[in-house]
Design a protein around this ligand. Sequence first.
Ligand SMILES: NC(=O)c1ccc[n+]([C@@H]2O[C@H](COP(=O)([O-])OP(=O)(O)OC[C@H]3O[C@@H](n4cnc5c(N)ncnc54)[C@H](O)[C@@H]3O)[C@@H](O)[C@H]2O)c1
Length: 365
Amino acid sequence: MDTQPLGVAIVGCGVIADSYFRDLKLHSDVVTVIGCFDLDPSRAEAAAEKYGCHAFQSLGELLASDSVDIVVNLTIFQAHYEVTRACLEAGKHVFSEKPLTTRYDQARELVALAEAKGVRLGCAPFTFLGEAQQTAAQIIRSGRLGTVRVAYAEVNWGRIETWHPAPTPFYEIGPLYDVGVYPLAILASIFGPAQRVWSYGRVLYTERTTKRGVPFRVETPDFGVTIVEYASGPVARLTTNFYVTQQTKQTGIEFHGDVASLYLSNWHSFRAEVAVADFNQPYEPAPYLKQPTEGMDWGLGVADMARAILAGEPHRAAGDLAAHIVEILEAGSVSMRDGTYVELTSTFEPPAPMPWAVAAGTAET
Ligand SMILES: NC(=O)c1ccc[n+]([C@@H]2O[C@H](COP(=O)([O-])OP(=O)(O)OC[C@H]3O[C@@H](n4cnc5c(N)ncnc54)[C@H](O)[C@@H]3O)[C@@H](O)[C@H]2O)c1
């Protein structure tokens, strides 16, 4: 692409910021990180020094800079809405970590604001762009499984307090909002919009202790089972929890169709196992459409948005998809509380497959 890379500023220099700073460098044809900001200035200064960019003293200073085209919002969940809104109002494109907001009315407001301002809004999870995930989607699109009627998705995410220095924001929103979003985004990218949600949730393990030995109580369900019906026909059963170890054998997503099933071993890793089994037959590995990145590329969602801005095309991990996911999360939490199902109203433009995943039968091993 014969254009200047877009200037990126990172807001929120906590645990995940390192992965973004590191992997955005893989996309220097479309983005350059020029600066960062954190409410804790020492974090922004440390990141700026480590990654060779400018530490802004305030969000206002960052937003006043003409060198910033895209703001990447890596703040805690509870700050996503305020930070993203301020950036959109200032006319910046925004890519946010997940979930877009913790409330659906706010998510809708941000999508409308971005549209009104003529700027892009993107949001994690973008893991449906990974090689394994795109391979799985392409196999399903090709009809290899026949009609897919049910998917089982497992998110057993262990105990956040055993590794994260500041776990309480995660427990305030719970595992459906924090990590349920990963399979939900993959399922949405394949099945399209959902129309109805049921959810059961309860707290399994109330009394917890941070790594620094500070006790805290869990009040939002740390375990949930959510049933999502998609307008295109399939139903998904999603397990989310902050109790069962990630070493469990129940991982990833299984798609079951009339003719065959597909197993995607992980909704996060771009090198997840993809396997297909004819009905009543054992699973056989399926070749990737493209050789996968090791682990995942944390810069991919932002880079896809930047490339789309430069080319004047739609980006894939888009705001309307993210807002739909927030509507599912909110419906799940209402359903957990009220014991009834919740109908959804929002929809989104389905993301296009990655260019290398468009043509069927281009598999390389
Ligand atoms: N930690 C992970 O493994 C991980 C993985 C995937 C996604 N995420 C997402 O990344 C985001 C951040 O998670 P984290 O683990 O890095 O959290 P963290 O608590 O380590 O870091 C968040 C940072 O944001 C800063 N911050 C909070 N409010 C702010 C505001 N209004 N303006 C500027 N800075 C502000 C905090 O000072 C802190 O440095 C969350 O949305 C989470 O869902 C985290």
